[in-house]
Design a protein around this ligand. Structure first.
Ligand SMILES: [Cu+2]
Length: 280
């Protein structure tokens, strides 16, 4: 076989490194830059792990290449016996402790980001008291229920009550969630049927919707714009079309949108003017 395996494994490794190098320029990378401060911190964690795994990959590949190259030389095969490392106590200790140390480091290092995203006590108090919406995932759409624009919750108890019992003046929408730019907002995520996953790729927000649970999820966007909202959990035949959008817009525009949504919803289709004429 000569050096076949050396060239085989090394060319695979080189192909991987080249693909990695040209990926960002070809849009095979992230779905665009993260548009929220937390999203950027999540990306930083990703890059940290990428560096660790990248260095490990290059290191082990070089070691593999070295062994394949030297092991395949004819003179060496004739001269020496192979060395078996199986059961080598020192090696076992090294390759147990080093990865364990790396994993421990990662788990401690990422705790702040995790806590900011998931631990309720770290959430923005204002966003918690005045939730943006209740989002109910179902096959195959996102149903949104928003408190009336004038509604101000006074306590968490009131919010919990609102989550259990819809109010007569609630505003509804489907697959289209608006929120003010630059402000932390909170939704309560539910599922009506099976597992779904609320995913806004550009904001790096992803949370499973679990039947029977009400899960608070917060997010924010630095920049106004419409961003894709997709389901990231294979939830049935129509999973692919479970798409919506989230729209970040300036506070004033957002309030106007909410009022308009409410007006559209209470419109009974009967024009007002002729009635007024008749009354005269
Ligand atoms: Cu789904």
């Amino acid at each position: 076989m000569g050096r076949f395996w050396f060239y085989f494994f090394m060319s695979a490794a080189v192909a991987m490194v080249v693909t990695f190098a040209v990926a960002p320029a070809n849009n095979w990378w992230f779905p665009g830059a993260a548009l929220s401060p937390l999203g950027k911190r999540i990306d930083d964690l990703f890059y940290l792990i990428l560096v660790i795994t990248g260095v490990t990959f290059v290191g082990t590949t070089i070691a593999l290449g070295y062994v394949l190259w030297t092991g395949s030389s004819v003179s060496r095969q004739e001269q020496s016996k192979s060395w078996f490392s199986h059961g080598n106590h020192n090696l076992e200790v090294i390759w147990s402790i080093v990865p364990a140390g790396i994993l421990l480091f990662i788990s401690l290092y990422q705790m702040d980001v995790w806590a900011a995203f998931r631990v309720k006590s770290t959430f923005d108090a204002e966003a918690v008291l005045q939730p943006l919406a209740e989002v109910t995932a179902r096959q195959f759409e996102w149903r949104l229920r928003l408190p009336a624009p004038s509604r101000k919750f006074k306590s968490q108890k009131e919010v919990q009550e609102w989550l259990k019992h819809p109010a007569p003046d609630d505003v509804y929408s489907v697959n289209d969630l608006h929120f003010p730019t630059g402000k932390r907002v909170l939704i309560h995520l539910k599922s009506e049927d099976v597992l779904h996953s609320f995913f806004i790729p550009k904001l790096r927000v992803k949370q499973d919707a679990v039947p029977g649970l009400v899960i608070p999820v917060w997010f924010e966007a630095d920049k106004s714009g419409a961003y894709e909202l997709v389901c990231a959990e294979l939830c049935g035949w129509g999973h692919y079309k479970m798409k919506g959008q989230v729209v970040a817009q300036p506070e004033v525009e957002y309030q106007a949108y909410l009022k308009q949504l409410q007006i559209n919803q209470s419109d009974d289709g009967v024009p007002d003017a002729p009635m007024a004429e008749g009354a005269k």
